[in-house]
Design a binder for this molecule. Structure first.
Ligand code: ADP
Ligand code: MG
Ligand code: MG
Length: 888
């Protein structure tokens, strides 16, 4: 087995073996670009090391042989005293991972060879600068020395000299610093800085291997679901020097603007600097365009190389380069990150340039990016004061008055104020306040903190971990430096950028939403460039997708919006919303009914109201299917809260004027009270124990459909029975429904072609799907309830309680309510699809529930062969796009 590849031996498709960095260094080498020679130790070697605790026996010799070849080629040996070859040791896994080891530069320098380097380069300062960098990086990343110790010593040296930047330290200063650094290593690491070059290199290689298993790296992998056994590659690359004076430097560049996608000159350059200096902000960089006047030759060459890379990778690339005394070297490239808007623009630009086709363009964007483009944004934030930055935990733009506790948030929002809830961190007690607030801001905690998880779940704007902000809940204010924000002051929270502003920043609607709403057209002028790109990509997606996309909508307004967003019907109309508001008293009457006559009267009163709702709905979705779910929630949800009512009745009794109705209500509330309503009297069970309820709903649907038909409309109603666990339940409901529909057809003289189906949302339903399909014309997977019942946890409770801990421990990378749990819930869906279709080949299959608008889940539903997904109106474009991507 071969464990080491020269840069000339690899290519970009060997990322598994050579890691991303190594594969691309090889690719550039083979393209004839100026890459400093070197070699890559494979991830296989790392795996052996991690499994056995030791490097493979052959590795030392193989590395030796490649090093010897490198030395021969460079005409000098690693660490050679009079003219040392120096190398960098760079980690590089298949996926770039925070928490893994940093790169060590200048390996090969020692007390002896630093003198040789000074002589050879004719620059003593440079040699000692390189040596102190080596000891610093090696000490910190290989020997585990606290990096601050070096930073402090460096600061002290600058202070002593009265200078502010490292380039003002001369050779003598740096010599002194090297001495101090070596002392720091000896003291903190308990060993001397190794003087032997090969030992330096070997220790660094091992340290890269070991860094695969740091706690941070492990946690990151668990959360991102990167397999733990991939291992990392190690790149050994001969050094080139950007710190050899003003005709040297180092920089980063993009082949196009990662913000707009436009082609041009984007990047930063720093003269007389090495490695990370350019991004570490130790001195001010200059825009890349200025390199043209600093070093025209290198600049021109770089521009050519960027063009080569773009055509070769057919995508935006980012680049690290170094110029050594007027000679340009390429040190890294990869397909670069970009903003959501740029992703759409670049994809269509590349199609126009003939570099990629439409199917490929679809793979270059994703639903998360589209969703991001659909949030409103702040306009003109420059005119207000930036209070601080934190983690962009949940996107959106929210403005409101600062409040520092949940109680105030609720109180103020009840009186019509918009509020931003500001806490050091949130916990389950803050839930009411979070619901009441426009946005949430915390000064502690990361992407998996309570605030972040809950806010994302609620779709609420949130910035968390804004550390510069001091939150003082006792005094109800926050401070940032000298700025104080008191309770009631306006603040603006940008959850997409992770920024917080003082005062009110004007909010502008998303142009992409304006476009979907039909208020903006995909014209070609500059402002609409993004919209034009989105328009084209959506057209590609619609052309190729197999999944149809429907909306979850309960009223005509939502339905019309959903249609504008591209919905091909309604996949879930919840009827419980039609029982709220003023109709609540009618529902109370129904629940309290003692006699058949009372009950029938209550139902008769509800019938025309429901019918009118459905007429509107069918009209708004004319020609498209509308799935109406019969009443699902437990009845107590329509009754007053048990505690409030008890108190009211008790007070009234004390005054001796208890009212008869309240007493009966209280009795009913007690009777209906359940320990576990989620698993109680709800769904089809209601239909079976409350005579006439489902019949009334079916009649309302059928009469509405008949009404629309007589008005020359094209209603396509589908009646859906919730929470079925066994085919017998469905059969009983169907018999009654069929009878009611037949009656309506007969009395109105229409043929309604209604279909009747069921939700599959209990494990038993999924497990007996073959039987259930005998009575159902369609299945709609209710993956919210199915997830609750398969996992045995209640969504309403767990997201706020132990999910944060689960996410932090990496038990799941994302909540199973957000992305379908393919292995568990998903496998039930898969087998139910097969069993259902075996019974009834033309069974129509869909999914309703949050997962219908989740990108990863949409791909899963495509793969298991559903006919459609249904999601909230706002998620429809995302579902269309992902359905297209899944099919392309
Ligand atoms: P990262 O993965 O953090 O980007 P790199 O391995 O790319 O780490 O290296 C960190 C910095 O050191 C980068 O700026 C890179 O360009 C620079 N660097 C790495 N190897 C060399 C080398 N052989 N010569 C000069 N600079 C190098
Ligand atoms: Mg790099
Ligand atoms: Mg349900």
């Amino acid at each position: 087995q071969k464990f080491v590849y020269d840069f000339t031996e690899g290519n970009k498709d060997l990322k598994d073996l050579l890691g991303g960095k190594g594969a691309n260094l090889a690719e550039m080498t083979n393209l004839g670009l100026p890459v400093p020679p070197g070699f890559t130790i494979t991830t296989e070697a790392c795996k052996v090391y991690l499994d056995s605790g030791d490097e493979p026996a052959e590795l030392r010799d193989e590395v030796g042989a490649h090093l010897a070849a490198l030395e021969k080629r460079m005409g000098k040996n690693l660490g050679q005293a009079d003219d040392p070859l120096l190398v960098s040791v760079r980690s590089g896994a298949k996926f770039s991972m925070p928490g893994m080891m940093d790169t060590v530069l200048n390996i090969g320098l020692s007390d002896d060879s630093v003198v040789g380097l000074a002589t050879q380069s004719g620059d003593e300062r440079f040699a000692w600068d390189s040596y102190r960098r080596l000891i610093q990086m090696f000490g910190k990343t290989v020997l585990g020395v606290d990096g601050d110790l070096f930073e402090e010593a460096l600061e002290a040296a600058k202070d002593a000299k009265g200078v502010t930047v490292d380039v003002d330290l001369d050779a003598a200063d740096l010599k002194k610093l090297v001495k101090q650094f070596k002392k720091i290593v000896a003291r903190d690491a308990g060993r001397d800085f190794p003087q032997d070059a090969r030992e330096q290199m070997d220790l660094a290689i091992k340290a890269v291997f070991d860094s695969w298993n740091t706690d941070r790296a492990k946690l990151y992998r668990r959360q991102e679901r990167i397999p733990g056994d991939l291992g990392t590659a190690v790149n050994v690359c001969s050094m080139v020097f950007g710190n050899l004076g003003p005709d040297s430097g180092t920089g980063v560049a993009f082949t196009r603007d990662p913000a707009s996608g436009h082609q041009g000159v984007y990047g930063d350059y720093l003269q007389n600097a090495q490695g990370e200096d350019v991004v570490a902000g130790i001195r001010n960089t200059v825009p890349l365009a200025e390199l043209e006047s600093i070093d025209k030759n290198s600049y021109d060459q770089l521009m050519k190389i960027m063009e080569t890379l773009e055509t070769h990778y057919k995508d935006l690339c980012d680049i690290e380069f170094t110029i050594e005394r007027g000679h340009l070297w390429m040190l890294q490239t990869r397909v670069g990150k970009r903003t959501a808007g740029a992703a759409f623009r670049i994809a269509t630009q590349l199609v126009d340039q003939g570099l990629i086709d439409e199917a490929e363009a679809l793979q270059r964007v994703n639903g998360a990016q589209l969703a991001q483009l659909m949030f409103p944004r702040f306009d003109d934030e420059a005119t207000t004061v930036l209070l601080g930055r934190g983690i962009a935990a949940s996107p959106g733009a929210a403005v409101g008055k600062a409040v520092f506790d949940s109680y105030t948030a609720v109180k103020w929002s009840r009186s019509g104020e918009k509020v931003i809830l500001i806490r050091r961190e949130t916990n389950p007690d803050d839930l009411d306040g979070m619901i009441a607030a426009e946005g949430i801001l915390t000064s502690r905690g990361g992407k998996t903190s309570h605030a972040a998880v809950v806010a994302r779940g609620m779709g609420k704007t949130c910035v968390c971990g804004a550390e510069e902000i001091e939150v003082d809940t006792k005094r109800r204010r926050l401070t940032v430096g000298d700025t104080v924000v008191e309770e009631g002051d306006l603040v603006s929270v940008d959850g997409s950028a992770g920024k917080v502003y003082l005062g009110e920043v004007p909010v502008v609607p998303s142009p992409v939403v304006e476009y979907f709403e039909g208020r903006m057209h995909a014209g070609a002028d500059d402002a609409d460039e993004l919209v034009a790109a989105v328009h084209r990509i959506m057209a590609y997606a619609d052309r190729v997708r197999r999944l149809r996309v429907r909306a979850n909508a309960d009223n005509a307004e939502d339905a019309l919006r959903a249609r504008r967003f591209g919905a091909q019907g309604i996949g879930l109309c919840r009827t419980e919303h039609m029982f709220l508001g003023e109709r609540r008293t009618m529902v109370e009457k129904l629940i309290l009914a003692d006699t058949d006559a009372e009950r029938e009267a209550a139902l008769d009163a509800l019938l025309p109201l429901q019918r009118a709702d459905f007429i509107e709905l069918f009209e708004s979705m004319d020609g498209l299917p509308v799935t109406v779910r019969l009443l699902d929630p437990p009845l107590h949800e329509f009754l007053p809260d048990i505690t409030e009512l008890s108190v009211r009745v008790a007070l009234a009794e004390a005054r001796k004027d208890a009212n008869e109705n309240d007493l009966r209500l209280l009795q009913a509330v007690h009777k209906l009270h359940e320990q576990n309503p989620m698993l109680g009297l709800r769904g089809v069970r209601l239909g079976l124990v409350i005579p006439g309820l489902f019949a009334m709903q079916v009649r309302a649907i059928a009469e509405a459909a008949a009404h629309r038909r007589n008005a020359k409309g094209d209603p396509r109603a589908e009646i859906m029975i919730p929470l079925v666990g066994t085919v017998q339940e469905l059969e009983i409901v169907r018999e009654e429904a069929d009878r009611v529909v037949a009656e309506v057809e007969a009395s109105t003289g229409t043929s309604l072609k209604l279909t009747i189906g069921t939700m599959i949302e209990l494990p038993r339903a999924a497990l007996t799907a073959g039987q259930i399909a005998e009575a159902a014309q369609f299945f709609s997977f209710g993956t919210n309830d199915l997830t609750q019942t398969v996992w045995g946890f209640s969504r309403d409770d767990v997201e706020a309680s132990f999910f944060t801990a689960y996410l932090e421990k990496g038990i799941f990378g994302v909540s199973p309510f957000e992305t379908i749990d393919k292995d568990g819930v998903g496998s039930l869906v898969r087998s139910a699809v097969a069993a259902g279709r075996a019974t009834r080949p033309d069974l129509k299959l869909g999914v309703c529930g949050e997962h219908g608008g989740d990108p990863e889940s949409v791909h899963f539903f495509h793969e298991v062969g559903l006919d459609y997904v249904s999601c909230s109106p706002f998620r429809i474009p995302v579902a269309r796009l992902e359905a297209g991507r899944a099919a392309a």
